[in-house]
Write a protein that binds this ligand. Structure first.
Ligand code: NAD
Length: 350
């Protein structure tokens, strides 16, 4: 059904939140995280094919609304996403999203999808894919600092893709840690709730920071980070919104998605504009080195890039085929005579 036949070419498959959740359970959470990681890796390995631009951000006092477009020349995609750290206090999500794929040759949309769930899945899959390349060999324990909406997804992706067996949780709000620990019960991991960030990172080879605060925050200070760890920094993704002390950045080898965007939004906004970073696609294609020593601190300065959303939408498009997990949506006016749009309107009167 996603390869639309001429008779229904104007009906666009729409994946609602409900259908997305059914699709995720149909595939299985961990198999889907693994599948998304494969799709993202495939697209990272053909990085140079894509149109790339930093996302278009509209900032306000409370948050940001962003558009994230890209194309591989055959398919075009974009995501609408917001980031409003104050939302949770009002019972709203910090991050919500939806996205679209279109056929470049006709310009017709071929998929419209919710992307709040899908963003959590794709961000987690990207984190784990990168950690698989950069984390120390045999990493088994992760710290998860910030136990909000993304946290269980982040944790399960590290289990599914990297083989992590223990997670150590910390959040300034103990209710968030209780929620995260309860959700991770029975998922095949040892879950340890901690009362400080220092306690959470004890013995962890992978440290994920995934907090939300619209300021230069210091979730990790320099003295907390020992040699040899991999830091997966998720929450610093906006101008003026970072998580790590600059001294940690100066000790780490920094890996990014798309430097032009990360220098605006990532942890590296705190560094000189020419501070060396490695693009993660270059490590995946063998063009650049990843981890080179046991002592090295590797840092994935994640901000979320349009190609990851494109990969995730591609995955969904492929996987809804033959299922009932979408509504055909009457989104496009498509008169039989393409030049008779007005006639179509007139006929609708009757
Ligand atoms: P959320 O609001 O649901 O959760 C954030 C959690 O961080 C809350 O539980 C809060 O109590 C906790 N927190 C705040 N300050 C803290 C501190 N100093 N120490 C420990 N915990 C602290 O948000 P979410 O949807 O889980 O998103 C988390 C962050 O990830 C946001 O900043 C969001 O913008 C970002 N994000 C990044 C990407 C990406 O691709 N890099 C994708 C999605 C979300």
């Amino acid at each position: 059904m996603t390869d639309l036949t001429p008779s229904d070419k104007a009906l666009v498959p729409f994946v609602s939140v409900d259908h997305m959740m059914q699709l995720i359970h149909h595939i299985g959470i961990e198999p889907m995280l693994q599948g998304l990681a494969e799709y993202i890796e495939t697209d990272f390995k053909r990085w140079q094919l894509f149109d790339k631009t930093p996302r278009i951000a509209s900032h306000s006092k409370e948050g940001v609304i962003e558009l994230m477009p890209t194309s591989d020349g055959e398919v075009y995609g974009f995501k609408y996403v917001n980031g409003h750290p104050k939302n949770t206090a009002e019972g709203l999500q910090t991050v919500t999203a939806f996205g679209l794929l279109a056929d470049v040759s006709s310009g017709y949309p071929v998929l419209l999808s919710e992307m709040t769930m899908l963003t959590a899945m794709r961000t987690a899959a990207t984190s784990a894919l990168v950690a698989r390349v950069l984390a120390p060999k045999g990493a088994a324990t992760m710290a998860m600092i910030g136990n909000g909406a993304q946290s269980e997804f982040q944790t399960l992706a590290m289990k599914a893709v990297c083989g992590i067996t223990e997670v150590r949780l910390y959040d300034t709000d103990p209710a968030a840690t209780r929620k995260c620990a309860a959700n991770l019960q029975g998922q095949g991991m040892n879950v340890v709730s901690c009362s400080s960030a220092e306690e959470a990172i004890l013995g962890a080879q992978i440290i994920t920071t995934c907090t939300a605060d619209k300021q230069y925050a210091t979730i990790l200070t320099d003295n907390m980070v020992g040699a040899g760890v991999h830091i997966n920094a998720i929450g610093g993704d906006c101008p003026g919104k970072t998580e790590l002390a600059p001294a940690i950045l100066n000790r780490a080898d920094i890996f990014v998605e798309y430097p032009d965007q990360t220098r605006i939004e990532g942890e590296i906004q705190q560094l000189a504009p020419d501070h060396p970073v490695t693009e993660i696609w270059e490590v995946m294609t063998g063009k650049a080195q990843g981890r080179t020593s046991d002592k090295q601190i590797t840092l994935f300065d994640s901000v979320g890039f349009a190609i990851e959303d494109f990969s995730a939408l591609r995955f969904v498009r492929d996987r809804i085929a033959g299922t009932g997990f979408y509504h055909p949506l009457d989104l496009l006016a498509d008169p039989d005579d393409p030049r008779d749009l007005f006639g179509m309107l007139q006929r609708a009167r009757s």
